[in-house]
Design a binder for this molecule. Sequence first.
Ligand code: NAP
Ligand code: ZN
Ligand code: ZN
Length: 337
Amino acid sequence: MIRGYAASEPGGKLEPFEYDPGPLGGDEVEIEVEFCGLCHSDLSMVDNDWGMSQYPLIPGHEVIGTVAALGAQAKGLALGQRVGLGWHADSCMACEWCRTGNHNLCASAKGTIVGRHGGFAERVRAAAAFVVPVPEGVEAGSAGPLFCGGITVFNPIIQFGVKPTDKVGVVGIGGLGHLALLFLDAWGCEVTAFSSSPEKESEARKLGADHFLNSRDAEALKNAAGTLDFIISTVNVLLDWEAYLAILRPKGRLHLVGAVLQPICLPLFALLPGQKSLSSSPVGAPPTIATMLEFAARHHIRPVVETYPFNQVNEAIEKLREGKARYRIVLARQGNT
Ligand SMILES: NC(=O)c1ccc[n+]([C@@H]2O[C@H](COP(=O)([O-])OP(=O)(O)OC[C@H]3O[C@@H](n4cnc5c(N)ncnc54)[C@H](OP(=O)(O)O)[C@@H]3O)[C@@H](O)[C@H]2O)c1
Ligand SMILES: [Zn+2]
Ligand SMILES: [Zn+2]
């Protein structure tokens, strides 16, 4: 049996829960969990914001742990090795997207906490291809958030060829946003942080922001018109996207990774004259996660975390709900705090 913390209804508190995982699949890995980050998507899944939650639901998809068991066909990993697991736990491995290293775009990719139990538990399972070794130089206690938050903001840098000479913006300085500041600064870009929390300014600058603007201040946004090449937004609410598109230079891109639920309505002429793009993307594929980890190790990029023991998971969730996490909460198994 695997013991963890599960919600039994939408919005419900997490309670101790255990389940029988059955026999280990041939291509599967069982991870002994040491740490697990708390992503806003865990909250959205607990609350069933996206209509795909199944209860009881054990959240947790920013897992760090060690390999406890390997299926007969699970290649490339060793028992006891330190590994991580993010949003995806499996995919078809046969489609065009899986075969070209774009597993996160596979139509049958399986979420670690969608119809299966996640990492707020003693152990968690995933297909071996989705379990990525944690390299030397990446500290286990703070690495979990790289596996969802980190890859979600790093992947677009690779996908769209963001250049070190680019001027870029990050909207929303939370779990994902603070990692975007760290990555884009290390990438070489001139970085503007857009935040609705003025008290985050000095920390945002320490994380790599060269400029700091209020994300909801119409006048500040207007004054920044025509200055940036790439803007990534991590907020899950509607902002004045037309004003953000106006901040882009010609050929610029506004990339939304925050899960905005409302429809986005824009005049085409916010895009057309400057050949601008509006786009979005889901996390990133395992090979890109490995690239990100190597880059993070080389540039000493470390998520800023607040660590809670697993048995305080409900307090941790409340803190994130209130927008008070600085900047990512990580749950630690007993003995790891
Ligand atoms: N695309 C993907 O694959 C992917 C992967 C992971 C997560 N996500 C989604 O990304 C979003 C962010 O996740 P997270 O874990 O980073 O959440 P988070 O830590 O709560 O950060 C979100 C940030 O958005 C800003 N914000 C929140 N409410 C706002 C409002 N009313 N007006 C303006 N700004 C507001 C805040 O930053 P300031 O205080 O700086 O304004 C907040 O810190 C979630 O929707 C999550 O589900 C998507
Ligand atoms: Zn596939
Ligand atoms: Zn996540």
